[in-house]
Design a protein around this ligand. Sequence first.
Ligand SMILES: *Cc1c(COP(=O)(O)O)cnc(C)c1O
Length: 353
Amino acid sequence: MPRFRPILDTMPAYKPGKAVTTSDGRSYKLSSNESPYEPLPSVVAAIAEGARLVNRYPDPGAVELTEALAGRLGVPAEHLALGAGSVTVAQQLFESVGDPGVEVVYAWRSFEAYPLLADLAGVTSVRVPLAGEDHDLDAMAEAITDRTRMVFVCNPNNPTGTAIRERELVAFLDRVPEDVLVVLDEAYREYVRDESVPDGLTLYRDRPNVCVLRTFSKAYGLAGLRVGYLVGHEPVAAAVRKTIVPFAVNQLAQVAAVASLAAEGELLERVERVVKERTRVREALIAQGWEVPPTEANFVWLRLGERTMDFAAACAVEGVAVRPFAGEGARVSIGDPEANDAFLAAAAGFRTS
Ligand SMILES: *Cc1c(COP(=O)(O)O)cnc(C)c1O
């Protein structure tokens, strides 16, 4: 019997959102915060064209995409590091800091990949409970010790949707020692409408220990191709580039991301439609009597406690897949209007059952 690291036995398997279908064929996947829109024709054309090159390895430096991103974001190319999705970039960060005994601090509940990546890297997770549905930044600052090498701040937070405002975040950053890396995970940045929520790109510039994670998976609709990136000062970006598995960002992902940046206006119109639907869904839920924390992401959060799994089952009967966290609550992505209506009907039925 081959022997594996003992930590593997203690790690829960990652549970991806699963589709559910009713007997009459209705299926609404609101479990993974994906874009409800099919890729733009221009992006499909770029992928089709790129398909003719897949006998070759991709450009390991992703030069074209890196330059397009640097221009778009107004950052030096040396400040960028790409990965096969921003989860992989996060994994590269864990690999970069992960010696035994090292601690990584993050809020909990937050993005479920953090504990898995920490376990895999052999570092110790220090989970700081949310205050209500928000990051408790005071407690997070107090949780930093001599052993802390990295802090994850998910803004807006997955799965609660809440966002940290500039004043609080800056005050927190000012308390973090310079040799501790702060990772601002901004997977949902494009959905933020509250102007007091800072753009991490403005915060990292004069802070060498702050970096930002972004992804093409959500607002840009490329979840299936796996491409995300980090923006940080050169030593941080260089560490991530060193820990990448060679050729991790494939050719189709690279060309699709470049085409998506070229079509950004159209994509951001879609984001705006999702934001409008977010407002409609939240207000409808509140009118039904639910408590729904304000959300700056493309999902809503319902703290259902012990009723969570029953709620997910009731949604599944209507063909709506949500993302339940047993004993805590359910995260429901904002989809197209038809999917959202199906979810609202399921939620209304659950309240009166
Ligand atoms: C979805 C998500 C990501 C993005 O993951 P990819 O690997 O880029 O698809 C990163 N962080 C958070 C918090 C997310 O919810």
